[in-house]
Design a binder for this molecule. Structure first.
Ligand code: OOG
Ligand code: MG
Length: 260
C-alpha cells in the first residue's frame, strides 16, 4: 500500500523536488481527496518551512487571472501564492537555470502597496486606493510537476508554481495610467511572440488585487503595506533558454529583459 498523504508530507515532497530540481507526478493522482482548501494549507506549510529557513514574505502573487493563462493550463479559476525575498531576481541578473527545473517567463503588472489591504469586501476601487506604485514585472514560474501538468489543488499546493520574479525598479503612479490599456509586448530573441493589455488580467489588474485581498481574508491574512503583488501573467508563458533573451516591453511601465 502507498504511504498516506498528509499536509506536511505534501509540503515536504514539493520542497524536496524544488531543492533537488526534479519534477514529479501530481499529488491529486495519489491523493484524490486533496481539495483546494487543504491545498492552501499545504501552501502555508510550505511557507512555514521556507520561513524557518530564513526566508521572509515580501508579497503575494496571483495566478491564472488571464484567459491566455487559464486556457494554456486548462484551469479557469485564479489562485494566489506567497512571494519571499529569496525569489526576487534583480534586473539584469541571469535566470539561474541550473537552480530551476523548467522555468518559464510571463509578463505581469506589479503593484507595490502603500497601505494594508484587508478583505472581505475589497473592490477594485478600494484596492487601487491602497496602491503606492505600479511596475513592470516578469514572473519566472517553475512547476514542481512534470510538464506543468496539474489540477487546481496541485498547483495551489505548489505555491502557484512560483520560483523567481523581476520587478522594474522605477514605479509609476497608477492614478495617472489607464491600466486596462497598458500594453505589453513579449519578445524572444528580438521577435515579438505575444502581446496583451492590462484588461487581460480580470478586466483590470486592480480586480486581481481585490480578488487576492478577499481570498487572503478567507485564510485570515491581509496584503500588508510595502508588499508586492504580482497580478498574473498577461500572456502565455515562454520557456527560458540559454542565449535567447526574453524582453517584456510595456507602453508606460518600461521594459525588462531576462536571459538564461
Ligand atoms: C501556474 C501559475 C500561474 C500566472 O501568472 O498565471 C501564474 C502556472 O502557470 O504554472 O503564475
Ligand atoms: Mg505568474
Amino acid at each position: 500500500m502507498t504511504t498516506s498523504w498528509t499536509i506536511d508530507r505534501a509540503a515536504r515532497v514539493l520542497l524536496d523536488r524544488e531543492a533537488r530540481r526534479t519534477d514529479g507526478g501530481r499529488i491529486t493522482d495519489e491523493w484524490p481527496g486533496l481539495d483546494v482548501a487543504t491545498a492552501y494549507q499545504v501552501q502555508d506549510a510550505l511557507l512555514a518551512r521556507k520561513k524557518a529557513d530564513g526566508e521572509a514574505v515580501v508579497g503575494v502573487k496571483l495566478g491564472l487571472t488571464s484567459r491566455a493563462k487559464q486556457r494554456r493550463m486548462g484551469i479557469s479559476s485564479p489562485l494566489t501564492g506567497w512571494l519571499t525575498d529569496a525569489m526576487a531576481l534583480p534586473v539584469d541578473v541571469p535566470v539561474p537555470l541550473g537552480g530551476l527545473i523548467h522555468p518559464r517567463v510571463e509578463p505581469e503588472i506589479v503593484f507595490v502597496m502603500a497601505e494594508r489591504l484587508a478583505g472581505p469586501g475589497v473592490t477594485a476601487a478600494t484596492a487601487m486606493a491602497a496602491v503606492g506604485s505600479v511596475h513592470a514585472g516578469v514572473e519566472i514560474i517553475d512547476s514542481r510537476y512534470t510538464d506543468f501538468a496539474f489540477r487546481l489543488p496541485d498547483v495551489v499546493a505548489d505555491n502557484a508554481s512560483s520560483a523567481r520574479f523581476v520587478v522594474s525598479p522605477e514605479g509609476h503612479d497608477p492614478r495617472g495610467l489607464d491600466l486596462t490599456l497598458e500594453a505589453c509586448l513579449l519578445s524572444v530573441d528580438g521577435e515579438v511572440v505575444d502581446s496583451a493589455t492590462g484588461a487581460a488580467v480580470q478586466g483590470h489588474p486592480a480586480e486581481a488585487l481585490a480578488l487576492a485581498a478577499n481570498a487572503l481574508a478567507e485564510r485570515g491574512s491581509a496584503i500588508e503595506a510595502g508588499w508586492l503583488v504580482l497580478t498574473g501573467g498577461m500572456t502565455d508563458a515562454v520557456f527560458v533558454e540559454p542565449g535567447r533573451p526574453i524582453t517584456v516591453e510595456f507602453t508606460h511601465l518600461g521594459r525588462i529583459t531576462v536571459t538564461g
